[in-house]
Design a protein around this ligand. Structure first.
Ligand code: NAP
Length: 528
């Protein structure tokens, strides 16, 4: 399916043109029309083409509902878990090949590629384990049966979670082609719902190769997983009432999908994971040079630069007491000085290019806006290769707390963050963070329970996840940017209002919860 066209050049180099296909209606298909060109972000060279016109998307949705759905619903959780186990193993076995593809397709350094690809395999294997634990049942009851009247224990009501009879359409962002595909698919498949996944076109090579590997190894029961490599075109026009849509991407696209006429008319559930201006907040008790301060610096510098800052969970706003703002800039600058932007194939460079030309333009425009509104306090924008979509890590300083308008509204999706000094009070820290309108994750660094209590509890309603750094765990941080499958991922407001993962919680989006009322004995026999 991922055809490779080899062209001999005079210098004996072998440029490879990848032409990833879509896996729809049980077969690999290539569309027609003017191709979309895939570019290597390190060089700007063409590495492939996608033909996506004329694909039968209505047929594919129907195929998933009628072929994949019944197959999955006939399987137990343990059996569905075995599918995920095989998928995780297949990714792990092809790890090096996928890491190479991630480099040419997305500009990932080896370490960045591992974050995506190992994260994908790990999430699948975690959900395989959840499936094994849920065991040899097909439907899950919730809680215990409850009598409807005081006079009789026979007439009861009991909640059951049943898989929807539609197909889950998964629309994924460009930055995590492997993990995005797998974290969504793991939950839907384990819940018993077939999937049509659409990676972002421009970084679709890794996702296409993964699905190809699964198919080659006979790991995809017919209709259970389909892949659209191409633009969405009329996909959403063919949704039916039992379908659902899980989307990761920009807030603007999220709004378009949420208000799609078909989605509104049929009340189709939509989960949105969108932009997030994640904050890291240093408590007033944390002295520069202390264990907790060093932990904050390590977390922030890692999250700013991993995947060249193209992580929805990356730290964008660094909220620091006024007295320590200079020390924070200095300490971050020392760390960032070792994290230079350059060729991801060369291990001397830790920050690869941005994944696409459009991202590059958007990030340069975002930096220009930050330059106008705030002050650059660290980083040399010219410290980058001349070709490719590189951006050097940079730090800005925004005064004015929650009134520093731009930094609370504009997500610059690259290796860029802004320090916001504050007066050290919990109220002020909360107001500044909340000015971002809701986020995926916030990290708080403090050893003072009196300050941390109101700050953390005050910020909880604004986030899907909060990481509390302190001297007790200063050497155990995996960073706030790491999303683990057993904890929820998502956030309110600007972050999209969605929720994914979180172990068994992640399955509920794909289920209908039904309160079944009647004779206790009959219900138990029916649902056994
Ligand atoms: P995007 O432009 O919104 O695209 C996301 C996906 O939606 C792509 O597959 C895109 O397809 C598809 N799409 C675009 N328009 C559509 C439409 N009208 N109907 C159906 N699908 C449509 O976002 P992106 O540039 O790939 O991703 C960057 C953003 O994602 C960042 O803002 C980041 O914060 C956010 N993000 C959030 C999370 C999270 O978990 N919260 C994770 C990662 C990224 P095409 O490729 O064909 O355009």
């Amino acid at each position: 399916a991922t055809t490779e066209i080899y062209t001999l050049s005079l210098h004996d180099a072998l440029p490879i043109l990848h032409t990833p296909s879509s896996f729809l209606n049980g077969q690999w298909v290539t569309g027609t029309g003017t191709p979309l060109t895939l570019l290597d972000p390190t060089t700007g060279d063409s590495i492939g083409q996608v033909h996506d016109e004329g694909l039968d998307l209505a047929g594919a949705l129907s195929y998933g509902r009628t072929v994949g759905g019944p197959t999955l619903r006939s399987m137990t959780f343990a059996e569905r878990g075995l599918i995920l186990k095989g998928w995780g193993r297949a990714i792990h076995t092809a790890r090096d090949e996928l890491l190479d593809l991630a480099r040419i397709d997305s500009g990932n350094t080896r370490s960045d590629g591992k974050f995506d690809i190992d994260g994908a395999a790990g999430t699948l294997s975690y959900y395989a384990y959840v499936g094994k634990t849920l065991g040899d049942v097909r439907v899950l009851a919730e809680g215990e049966p409850e009598p409807l009247t005081r006079s009789s224990a026979r007439m009861v009501g009991h909640h059951y979670n049943v898989p929807r009879h539609g197909i889950a359409v998964h629309l994924n962002a460009f930055n995590f082609p492997a993990w995005g595909l797998c974290e969504k698919a793991a939950c839907a498949i384990l819940a018993g719902v077939p999937v049509l996944a659409k990676p972002a076109v421009e970084t679709s090579l890794v996702a296409a190769r993964i699905v190809e590997l699964w198919h080659e190894q006979g790991l995809i029961p017919d209709g259970v997983l389909q892949l659209l490599v191409g633009e969405p075109r009329d996909l959403l026009d063919h949704l039916e009432g039992q379908d659902c849509v899980a989307f990761t991407g920009s807030g603007n696209t999220g709004r378009v999908i949420r208000t799609h006429p078909r989605v509104l008319a049929l009340g189709i559930p939509v989960n949105v994971e969108a932009d997030s201006l994640n904050a890291a907040v240093l408590g007033p008790d944390v002295e520069p040079g202390s264990d907790t301060f060093i932990m904050a610096v390590a977390d922030i510098s890692r999250d700013m630069t991993q995947k060249a800052g193209q992580k929805c969970t990356a730290v964008r706003r660094i909220v620091v007491p006024e007295a320590h703002a200079e020390a924070m800039v200095e300490a971050l600058g020392e760390r960032l000085a070792d994290l230079k932007a350059g060729d991801p194939a060369d291990r001397a460079f830790r920050v690869g290019p941005l994944a696409t030309a459009k991202q590059h333009q958007d990030i340069l425009a975002g930096i220009a806006a930050l330059e106008d509104a705030h002050e650059r306090v660290w980083g040399d924008p010219s410290a980058r290769p001349d070709t490719g979509y590189f951006v050097a890590p940079q730090l800005f300083l925004a005064k004015g707390g929650e009134n520093a308008a731009l930094v609370h509204k504009s997500e610059v999706f690259g290796p860029v963050a802004t320090v916001i000094p504050y007066d050290g009070t919990s109220e002020s820290a909360q107001r500044i963070v909340a000015a971002g309108g809701g986020g995926l994750v916030c990290s708080i660094y403090s050893n003072d329970l009196k300050w941390a209590r109101p700050t953390i509890t005050g910020l909880m309603p604004w986030h899907g996840r909060i990481v509390w750094g302190s001297k007790k765990v200063h050497d155990q941080s995996i960073g706030p940017g790491t999303v683990l499958p057993n904890f929820v991922h998502g956030g309110p407001g600007a972050a999209g209002g969605g929720e994914e993962l979180g172990g068994e919680r992640g399955l509920s989006f794909y289920w209908q919860r039904v309160a079944l009322q009647g004779d206790r004995g009959l219900i138990e026999r029916l649902m056994r």
